[in-house]
Design a protein around this ligand. Structure first.
Ligand SMILES: [Zn+2]
Length: 252
């Protein structure tokens, strides 16, 4: 049973009990019902956007032991991904690239190169549509399957790693991921590398939070990413952390 089902059933039971009590002996203000409903809605919204709450489905957001997992979303980018690969090479680091299907279609050789370098390709949907969070289950299944077929074609690997666009998990997305046999991979350090052009700011924010079990969210379609990754890897090597890929985050 997911946390969502527990929350929904508790909410419905509480409303029912209050209504019965209200009818027989309590005299509650309508505001009590409204406040409880608002609280429930807030909980569902938080559960949709914070993957580590595991509200709608299990997601993996933390490594075990002295490890660090670097994950890159939204690529591959012909302009910026090659420089990211060079920095990873320089430090002998391995990483996971959660690629968008449409972008893989445009950069097939680059996807093969990522795989040849020993990194892992994950599924980050086919279109990364702005409307992804209101897609129905079947639409999400289509997105996942189309991208999985492409990954299989380009790397020969069956992909089971899924990162939902914008990190949003709601019932249709959770059900689609389960129907496709995907494991949902989250993060515990968000770099916010897409919100500022000042790479030093990103580095200053991220480095102090890095420690054993870190799972970083980065984007390989940005100009500053290679510089940010270089600083992160220098720090990780000082801390003696071992680089792992997303499939190594999956455990019971
Ligand atoms: Zn994304």
């Amino acid at each position: 049973m997911t946390a969502f089902v527990v929350a929904r059933n508790s909410y419905l039971l509480l409303m029912l009990l209050l209504a019965v009590a209200d009818y027989f002996f309590l005299s509650l203000s309508p505001w009590v019902y409204l406040a409880l409903t608002l609280l429930y809605i807030l909980l569902v919204v938080a559960g949709s956007s914070v993957m580590s709450l595991n509200f709608f489905t299990r997601s993996y957001t933390r490594g075990r032991g002295n490890t660090i997992a670097l994950t890159f979303d939204d690529g591959p980018s012909a302009e910026h991904t090659p420089a990211v690969l060079e920095v990873l090479d320089k430090w002998g680091a391995t990483a996971t690239f959660f690629c968008i299907g449409e972008r893989m279609e445009q950069n097939k050789a680059l996807v093969r190169k990522i795989k040849e370098k020993g990194h892992r390709i994950g599924n980050h949907s086919y279109t990364h549509s702005n409307l992804f969070s209101i897609f129905g289950k079947n639409m999400v299944v289509d997105e996942i399957e189309k991208t999985n077929r492409l990954i299989q074609e380009l790397t020969g690997e069956e992909c089971r790693l899924f990162r939902p666009p914008y990190g949003v998990l709601n019932p249709p997305i959770a059900k689609a991921a389960a129907a496709c046999g995907m494991q949902v991979i989250g993060w515990n350090i968000r770099s916010f590398d897409t919100t500022t052009k000042d790479y030093q700011k990103v580095v200053e924010r991220v480095l102090p939070r890095i420690g054993p079990g870190a799972v970083l969210l980065l984007h390989d379609d940005r100009e500053n990413t290679p510089k940010i990754v270089d600083a992160i890897l220098a720090h990780a090597s000082r801390l003696n952390l071992r680089y792992i890929q997303a499939q190594e985050l999956i455990h019971e």
